[in-house]
Design a protein around this ligand. Structure first.
Ligand SMILES: Cc1cc2nc3c(=O)[nH]c(=O)nc-3n(C[C@H](O)[C@H](O)[C@H](O)COP(=O)(O)OP(=O)(O)OC[C@H]3O[C@@H](n4cnc5c(N)ncnc54)[C@H](O)[C@@H]3O)c2cc1C
Length: 447
């Protein structure tokens, strides 16, 4: 008899399974893909790491990942720009005429964002229920006596910040959509690839790949889980599939998921955020720069390029397409996308931009096991909806995953912590997160 079936072998599912396994529970993980890690996915086909999903730890301070990645021996490189900050680390900002902002102009730009952010905080606090982020930013900017071009530049920045943080169009996100978006400490990337973490934590677990779960029946006495070809009985289940998969109804629940779980699934949004990596033979952008940022009207559709050469050891830039543009690029060919990115870079650097020698492009929106990149608080939803999604069902069914964690949704650490919570709910008692690093004794007997 299986104690717990975990659906999904992303970081949330693996954390749940490992914590339960460490107490001696019999756990089976069913994963639809032919690999583990889910939205942590390192492509090593070129002989170096390219993280197609998550790549940054967003803030090392107070983050459970800091200890975990050290514990499994992963090497990190500091790269504190993954969270779309205006200032902080060296960023080469380009104006509407593609000219580099000198030091003074860059400081004025950062001060503008900071001044607008202060107004934005007040505008968000005063926003009506159901208001969207665009309305809050308009209200914030209207309180500033600036000329229209100065305001437009900050408005464009806000639009892109939302696209990157939420994978959504600014009008679709709740005014409170970025309230929890705090970063404490440096951010880091992983030269060995971020999916080394789920791989390490998966060791010794019973994970069955290529098992797409289609139906889950539940009653207070247990669960019955069906894949395309097999069925499983267990005392309980933890379902960690992405919000996009739940929204699409790809798994049938019977009885249907009750309130408040079902309406939270409807209200929370699933964003699309895609990555385009370009590898060059030689670098053509300034030395020591963490990010290149195009400001103002010229920042559509491409606006930010991150130097991720330290990860691969090759000259590489990473740019993002989020929200509507993120969905649109999924209808374009690789060649069209690369040509479009190069056109934007050449407006800044001219003929110095050579043809890339390699590219990697993601299409998370059309990935059937993700159906989007990560969750966001859509207009009309609230932070509480994330936790409400994880309300235990019938004492036997638990949802986990980044979308169920209200403090830091859309992150690896949020997903990990949601898996920890699910394990504790299954056990009915606390279990230390640190025991993820324990070696499971082969003699462990079920509790
Ligand atoms: C492009 C991109 C960049 C990101 N960047 C960062 C970053 O820099 N830092 C950060 O902290 N976070 C980042 N994130 C978010 C982070 O990757 C996720 O929050 C986290 O990995 C989610 O983990 P999870 O376990 O909740 O879900 P997932 O990793 O998606 O795991 C769910 C698993 O369920 C499986 N599954 C789906 N349907 C079925 C089914 N029917 N049957 C069986 N299995 C199924 C999936 O294949 C998957 O393996 C990024 C995400 C994306 C897409």
């Amino acid at each position: 008899m299986i104690d717990t079936i975990v659906v999904g072998a992303g970081i949330a599912g693996i954390a749940t399974a490992r914590l339960l396994h460490s107490t001696g529970r019999r756990v089976v993980v069913l994963e639809g893909r032919d690999r583990i890690g889910g939205r942590m996915w390192t492509d090593r086909t070129a002989g170096f790491s390219v993280d197609r999903g998550a790549s940054w730890i967003h803030g090392l301070v107070g983050n459970p990942l800091t200890e975990l990645v050290a514990g499994v021996g992963m090497r990190t490189v500091e790269s504190t720009v993954g969270s779309f900050q205006a200032g902080g680390r060296p960023i080469a900002n380009y104006d509407e005429q593609y000219g580099l902002l000198d030091e003074q102009a860059a400081s004025r730009w950062v001060a503008d964002v900071e001044a607008a952010d202060r107004q934005l905080q007040a505008a968000v606090a005063a926003s009506e229920p159901g208001a969207n982020y665009a309305q809050a930013t308009e209200r914030a900017l209207s309180a500033l006596e600036w000329d229209p071009e100065r305001k437009a530049r900050v408005q464009e920045f806000y639009r892109h910040r939302i696209e990157e943080q939420c994978g959504a169009f600014i009008e679709d996100v709740a005014a409170h959509g970025l309230d929890e978006d705090t970063i404490d400490g440096d951010e880091v990337l992983f030269p060995g690839g971020y999916d080394a973490l789920p791989r390490a934590l998966a060791e010794g677990l019973d994970i069955r790949l290529g098992r797409t779960v289609k139906a889950i029946s539940w009653s207070t006495s247990g669960v019955h889980v069906e894949t395309e070809t097999e069925s499983f009985e267990a005392a309980n289940a933890v379902v960690t599939v992405p919000l996009g998969v739940l929204k699409a109804g790809a798994i049938t629940f019977s009885p249907e998921l009750p309130e408040p779980v079902s309406s939270s699934i409807d209200r929370i949004g699933m964003g699309v955020f895609n990555k385009v990596f370009l590898q060059f033979r030689e670098r053509f952008w300034p030395d020591g720069v963490y990010a290149i940022r195009q400001l103002g009207a010229a920042s559509v559709p491409w606006h930010s390029w991150y130097d991720v050469s330290a990860v691969s050891g090759k000259p590489m830039l990473l740019t993002f397409a989020g929200g509507r543009w993120g969905r649109q690029i999924e209808t374009m060919s690789d060649e069209e996308i690369v040509t479009s990115v190069l056109a934007s870079l050449r407006r800044i650097y001219g003929d110095a931009v050579p043809e890339p020698v390699g590219h990697w492009i993601t299409r998370w929106g059309s990935d059937e096991f993700a159906r989007g990149s990560y969750s966001y608080i859509a207009a009309g939803a609230s932070h509480a909806d994330h936790d409400a999604m994880a309300t235990p069902v019938g004492g036997v069914l638990h949802l986990a995953g980044e979308a169920t964690w209200s403090v830091d949704p859309a992150t690896v650490h949020g997903a990990l912590l949601s898996g920890h919570r699910a394990a504790e709910r299954v056990l009915g008692r606390p279990v230390a997160l640190g025991s993820l690093l324990d070696v499971v004794a082969p003699s462990a007997t079920p509790e």
